[in-house]
Design a protein around this ligand. Structure first.
Ligand code: ASP
Length: 586
């Protein structure tokens, strides 16, 4: 038998027992006479002691960090005063009777106990070492717990797991596709799925009724803390379902995942309309762990004589107790506001008795000053930041400043889930004047707004008012996922395609199979997908999803371990019908 116990599982109840353990040397203290080793395995760490009388002392002397050992010995209580309360095994140690080096380890490229400060590329180049660390071990295990809770919760609700293909035609989700050349069809390419969107809709036409998949999605976008090229989503679709049905089903899965990890239910999920989110938080993914909401000062300045405030919107945020910000800090904030698109930033310090100290105070009437203090609930010592201009700009600028000035660290403030509902169908107009879908082009417009699709004024501006039957789930300011009721009538789908500038021919060429399927009895359907990496990161208290992915890419999209992306043998390229235009950089 290789081992009788796992090192990290030993407890006082095991005292007196003979054990065999296998694991890595996490630390060693060689006192010449006696050698202490911290033996680490998947369960944790236990101290093993090679006493001077042991014949294996010589072997113990040549042991180095991260050697793999097998030991036999007897569990004993640690002597008085040497108990380690930080270690689950801290009351016991193992007196070694036999010690065997199973595998030696070369000196490590970085010490595991300081790896957090090590350059990322080096860590990722030796990810298998990085992953030996407790933090990442914990994250991967937490992730597995989440996945299995998700599966259970979906199956309990009658969802059927179906796998959809990876080599497909393009599914638009607003990102670039990763493409794969085809050897059998030189010059032609598969796309890797940005999501299983079209397949899950076809599964509804096929009568599956409730589908789910823990699906790998691939999007060629710039990487960020909450974004990798490939990521996992819980992807789901339901027939004969309203948004409420979908949200209820997703609530149950997310709650199950949280409970599996934390042992506690999250607080009830909030709900807010997209419009309200933009007005109160300046973003469609509000972090509601803290206040500092955007206050509309339109009424206060309705008749103002101050030119800069004669704008479509004047809004402000209150930074509690920040009135002592230095001049240079205020200049910095003003620069930042301009960078974000504001014409300027007005700051006001709230002084004793509610008087406002501000470069613009002299342009404001007493009533306006009182009005600001009142509307913003300002108190002595606060800093007020105001932006005037187009409503969308003021919201955006203050929304970003609110986060930059007030956002708590990722692992503070608990989990605040929030459904954002009634999204617009289009998020803006592209350079060609065409509307850009806020989600994907298969999202059902709000029935009351359907008529607007045809009767738009030509500038496209009124199209931006069209609401969608779409909803997002937000957690602590991260977009966890989104979903919608889908268009299941080919006519409506064709109208939306045409608004997006996808001609009838192009629509047929790209999505003809979907439009055709809809002609054979398509059930109304709706669905959702949420990012598992993001959920796991927030549950683990991590700022970056890389910390919860076993083998992630660097910020620049490279895997320093395998060397991907790499070059391809010219012969293979020829076979694929692919020519590389510019020579690869050295
Ligand atoms: N396919 C969408 C996405 O990946 C989610 C959905 O609408 O179900 O964001």
């Amino acid at each position: 038998m290789m081992r009788t116990h796992r090192a990290g599982d030993l407890r006082p109840a095991d005292v007196g027992g003979e054990v065999a353990l296998c694991g890595w040397v996490a630390a060693r203290r060689d006192h010449g006479g006696v050698v202490f080793l911290d033996l680490r395995d998947a369960a944790g760490i236990v101290q093993v002691v090679v006493d001077p009388s042991r014949p294996d002392l010589e072997v113990a002397h040549r042991v180095r960090d991260e050697y793999v050992l097998r030991i036999e010995g007897r569990v004993r209580r640690r002597p008085e005063g040497t108990v380690n309360p930080d270690l689950a095994t801290g009351e016991v140690e193992v007196a070694v009777e036999r010690l065997e080096v199973v595998a030696e380890a070369a000196p490590l490229p970085f010490p595991l106990d300081v790896a957090d400060d090590v350059e990322e590329a080096l860590r990722l180049r030796h990810r298998y070492l990085d992953l030996r660390r407790e933090r990442l071990q914990r994250n991967l295990r937490l992730r597995a717990t989440v996945n299995s809770a998700i599966r259970r919760a979906m199956e309990d609700q009658g969802f059927v797991e179906v796998e959809t293909p990876m080599l497909i035609a393009s599914t638009p989700e607003g990102a670039r596709d990763f493409v794969v050349p085809s050897r059998l069809h030189p010059g032609r390419f598969y796309a890797l799925p940005q999501s299983p969107q079209l397949f899950k809709q076809l599964l509804m036409v096929a009568g599956l009724d409730r589908y789910y998949q823990i699906a790998r999605c691939l999007r060629d976008e710039d990487l960020r803390a909450d974004r990798q090229f490939e990521f996992m989503q819980l992807d789901a679709e339901m027939s004969f379902a309203e948004p409420e049905d979908v949200m209820a089903a997703i609530d149950r899965v997310v709650i199950a995942a949280v409970e599996a990890v934390t042992g506690e239910s999250p607080r009830p999920f909030g709900r807010i309309t997209w419009h309200e989110a933009m007005e109160r938080y300046g973003t469609d993914k509000p972090d509601v762990r803290f206040g500092m909401e955007l206050v509309d000062l339109g009424e206060v300045f309705a008749h103002t004589g101050f030119r800069a405030f004669q704008a479509p919107a004047v809004k402000g945020i209150r930074c509690p107790g920040a009135g002592d910000a230095s001049r240079s800090r205020l200049d910095q904030l003003t620069e930042r506001a301009k960078e974000l698109g504001a014409a300027g930033l007005v700051w006001m310090r709230v002084e004793d008795g509610g008087a406002l100290a501000s470069p613009v105070a002299k342009f404001l009437s007493e009533a306006e000053q009182l009005g600001v203090v009142d509307a913003m609930g300002a108190r002595t010592g606060d800093l007020l930041l105001l932006v005037a201009g187009e409503r969308a700009v003021a919201n955006h600028v203050l929304g970003v400043l609110r986060l930059e000035l007030g956002r708590p660290p990722v692992n503070e403030g608990g989990l605040h889930f929030l459904w954002v509902v009634d999204f617009p169908l289009f998020e803006g107009l592209g350079e060609d004047g065409r509307p850009v879908p806020a989600h994907h082009p298969f999202t059902m417009p709000h029935p009351d707004d359907l008529h607007r699709l045809d009767r738009h004024d030509g500038t496209g501006a009124d199209l931006l008012e069209v609401r969608a039957r779409a909803y997002d789930l937000v957690l602590n300011g991260w977009e966890l996922g989104s979903g919608s009721v889908r268009i299941h009538e080919p006519e409506v789908q064709e109208r939306v395609f045409s608004l997006l500038g996808i001609s009838a021919e192009a629509a047929r060429a790209r999505f003809g199979f979907l439009l055709e399927a809809f002609r054979y009895g398509a059930p109304p359907h709706a669905g959702f997908a949420f990012g598992i990496d993001r959920l796991v990161a927030l549950l683990a208290g991590e700022e970056n999803i890389r910390e919860v992915i076993a083998f992630p890419k660097t910020q620049s999209g490279v895997d320093p371990m395998t060397g991907a992306p790499g070059e391809v043998d010219p012969a293979a390229l020829r076979e694929l019908g692919v020519t590389v235009l510019s020579p690869p950089r050295p």
